[in-house]
Design a binder for this molecule. Structure first.
Ligand code: ADE
Length: 242
C-alpha cells in the first residue's frame, strides 16, 4: 500500500507516522507513506494556498491550483492516479468495514484540509471520496488524516505481527473484543476467570466468544441490531443482562 498525504504540516505528520508500528512498517517497506507540503505547489506572487470565500463570509478556503498541481505531481511520481480522499466532517463517519474496503487499494492520496475547507471544484473534479473520523469538528484535517492513515495502514499485509493480528479485535467481525487479563492471577482480591488458565483451549474459545457477545450487548447494542442471533446466543445475552 502506498499513501501520499497532502498537508500544510508535513513535519508534524511525518513525526507521528515515523513512530511505533507505522514507523516500523515503513522501514520494513510493508507500506510507503510520503507527506507533501502543499505550499510547495503555490506558484502565485505570494505563494498563497488559501483565499477568501466568494459571496462573503468568514474564513479562508484552500485554493484549487496548489492542490491540483500537487495531486498531479503525485500521479506522475506514482505512475498512476491514486484514489483521492479528502478528510471532511461532512462525510459519513468512518467504520472498520469502510477501512477494509479502502485497504484493497494499492495507491491512496489523502488531502488534509485547513481553514474553512477547500474550493468545491476540487471536491467535484478531483476527489474520489470524502472521509470523516466522526461527527465532530477539528481545527484541521491533519489529525483526522493521521487517524485514517493509522487505521488503514495496519490492515495492509505485513504491518502487524501475529501477536498484533487484527482478526480477533473489536469491530473485526461485527463484535467487540472479549475482556483480557495479564499476570498476576489475583490483584487486590480481583481474580482472573479460572477458565482462562485452565489450559482447555476449546473452553477458552467458547468463553471468549460468549464474552464478546455480552460485551457488545452491554456496550454497543446497536451493533447487534442487524445480526441474526441463535437461540443460544440470545440466552447468553439475556442471562448476562438480567
Ligand atoms: N476535519 C475537521 N473535522 C474533521 C472530521 N471530523 N473528520 C475529518 N476531517 C475533519
Amino acid at each position: 500500500m502506498k499513501i501520499d498525504l497532502i498537508t500544510l504540516f508535513p513535519e508534524m505528520c511525518e513525526a507521528v507516522l515515523g513512530e511505533s508500528i507505522i514507523g516500523r512498517a515503513q522501514k520494513s517497506e510493508a507500506i510507503e507513506i510520503k507527506c507533501h507540503q502543499l505550499r510547495d505547489y503555490a506558484f502565485d506572487k505570494h505563494r498563497r494556498v488559501d483565499d477568501t470565500v466568494y459571496g462573503g463570509g468568514m474564513g479562508m478556503l484552500l485554493k484549487c491550483e496548489p492542490i491540483a498541481l500537487c495531486y498531479e505531481a503525485i500521479c506522475e511520481q506514482r505512475g498512476t492516479k491514486p484514489y483521492f480522499i479528502y478528510m471532511s466532517p461532512q462525510a459519513k463517519p468512518l467504520t472498520q468495514d469502510k477501512l477494509k474496503e479502502l485497504s484493497e487499494k494499492e495507491n491512496i492520496c489523502v488531502l488534509a484540509g485547513h481553514y474553512e475547507g477547500v474550493d468545491q471544484r476540487i471536491i467535484d473534479e478531483f476527489i474520489d471520496e470524502e472521509v470523516s473520523i466522526g461527527d465532530y469538528v477539528l481545527t484541521g484535517g491533519e489529525l483526522p488524516a493521521l487517524v485514517f492513515i493509522d487505521a488503514l495502514s495496519r490492515l495492509a499485509p505485513g504491518v502487524l505481527s501475529n501477536d498484533e493480528c487484527f482478526t480477533e479485535e473489536s469491530h473485526y467481525n461485527g463484535l467487540l473484543e472479549y475482556p483480557q487479563y495479564t499476570k498476576p492471577q489475583s490483584f487486590r482480591g480481583l481474580e482472573v476467570p479460572p477458565v482462562l488458565y485452565s489450559g482447555d483451549h476449546r473452553k477458552v474459545d467458547r468463553w471468549r466468544y460468549e464474552h464478546s457477545l455480552i460485551n457488545t450487548a452491554k456496550k454497543r447494542p446497536d451493533m447487534l441490531e442487524n445480526r441474526e442471533l441463535s437461540d443460544d446466543e440470545k440466552r447468553i445475552i439475556q442471562e448476562a443482562l438480567d
